[in-house]
Ligand binder design. Structure first.
Ligand SMILES: *Cc1c(COP(=O)(O)O)cnc(C)c1O
Length: 418
């Protein structure tokens, strides 16, 4: 099986200044420019070096636990079929639901795939200090994990509000040897943590590598994060062909910044019969401000060095996202998604907190899998779509994280005291 990301084998590549259509690019201060040009040069060299891919593959197999299984969710499929309305000609409805089990990775989500790739780049560049931003703490934990594994010091920037809200992950990062720096500027959340990370990088470039956690930021980050996460789609594609000798009809993934979705989608972009659906967090609903649906409820603007869809007020100020799942409330989205939306290759929809909670509980009861709240957004939409598709159709969704971290949030939402 080909587990190596094959970064240049797709038609969907940015131009040489990092633009996906109108989006992406590198809108950065002059001081940052040489850093990202250097990073790009090194990334191109790594892409041409078989030893880099070999080490990446080896760590993914023996440290992360890849390939992750491809799983047919038979009981969930049956559950959907029970009350799926027939089609206009009496067709039986209820598509087969399959999951890519990336929640089984070491550290419990897809984020580790990207962190392994970036720390190998850091090592290649001779950098001896790692920094990262984190919101809920998942990317911080994955970064602290690879830093422990490679014996590099690690500083994690985290909004002071998030430090308050995410104590278990803060403690995990500290156990792993990371220094967690609370950021009090701006709204004291993820966006501000990322600004602080970029500032640190400029000041300490001689020894520091910045590991960005999603397919956003200045070029080449959106591209390289996508490439490292594409192992998800490469595996899924090969596993589908091996198991049922055909490709899925619909791919579904949740979107915060968009890295797990691009990781699944990208190796299928050139398969015209495979449809794709990205699911953003609609929070309390798109009519109000309490959501994190940058594509469906935002507008184009510039943040963190790239042009993309952002949550913003009438003055162009970036607003705070809301979602029941802390991993989805980034106020932007990776630029490649903005482009895939505009060119129509991928469809985007959103899912409320309540719908996600239902998806969460349904998967627990039908399959014995406690998903993270992020992919629960995708699960809710999978159920909705499966009901309207014929039974021979196949939906493949990315189960990008496990739910252990979310049980307290879910308990509170369900009014249960634990
Ligand atoms: C961080 C996270 C997300 C959101 O990030 P993407 O870049 O959109 O994938 C989704 N799911 C889980 C489990 C996460 O930890």
């Amino acid at each position: 099986m080909n587990k190596t990301p094959a970064p240049n084998s797709f038609t969907n590549q940015p131009d040489d200044r990092g633009h996906f259509g109108d989006y992406g690019g590198r809108y950065v201060a002059e001081t940052l420019m040489p850093l990202i040009l250097d990073l790009e040069k090194e990334y191109r060299a790594a892409q041409d070096d078989p030893a880099f891919a070999e080490e990446f593959d080896d760590l993914l197999e023996h440290y992360v636990g890849r390939p992750s299984p491809l799983y047919y969710a038979e009981r969930l499929t049956e559950e959907v079929r029970k009350d799926a309305p027939e089609g206009p000609k009496g067709e039986k409805r209820g598509a087969q639901i399959w999951f890519k089990r990336d929640e089984l990775n070491h550290t419990g989500a897809h984020k580790i795939n990207n962190c392994i790739g970036q720390i190998l780049l850091a090592k290649r560049m001779g950098k001896t200090r790692i920094i990262a931003e984190t919101g809920a703490g998942q990317h911080g934990v994955a970064t602290a994990t690879v830093c422990a594994r490679f014996g590099l010091p690690c500083v994690i920037y985290m909004g002071a509000k998030d430090v308050e809200r995410q104590q278990p992950n803060v403690f995990r990062m500290k156990l792993l040897g990371a220094e967690v720096v609370p950021v009090t500027s701006g709204g004291a959340t993820l966006k501000d943590a990322m600004n602080e990370g970029l500032r640190d990088w400029v000041a300490n470039v001689h020894d520091t590598f910045y590991i960005i956690g999603t397919a956003a930021g200045p070029h080449p980050y959106p591209e390289l994060v996508r490439d490292f996460q594409s192992v998800i789609g490469h595996e899924a594609r090969a596993q589908m062909l091996e198991r049922v000798n055909r490709l899925p009809d619909l791919l579904v993934a949740c979107i915060g910044g968009g890295s797990n979705a691009l990781g699944l989608f990208h190796p299928f972009l050139d398969d015209p019969d495979v449809k794709m659906l990205g699911v953003e967090a609609a929070g309390l609903g798109l009519d109000g401000d309490d959501h994190a649906a940058s594509l469906t409820g935002g507008a184009p603007g510039i943040l963190h060095g790239n042009k993309t869809y952002l949550l913003q007020d009438e003055d162009g100020q970036i607003t705070e996202g809301h979602s029941i799942s802390a991993g989805l409330d980034y106020p932007g989205i990776g630029p490649e998604h903005a482009w895939l939306k505009e060119n129509g290759r991928v469809e985007y929809d959103s899912c409320t907190d309540d719908e996600a909670l239902q998806g969460f509980q349904l998967l627990c009861r039908t399959e014995g899998i406690i998903p993270a709240l992020e992919p629960s957004h995708a699960i809710a939409k999978v159920v909705e779509r499966a009901r309207a598709m014929d039974q021979e159709k196949i939906i493949l969704a990315n189960l990008c994280g496990r739910g252990d971290k979310d049980i307290f949030t879910v308990a509170e939402a369900l009014g249960v005291e634990i």
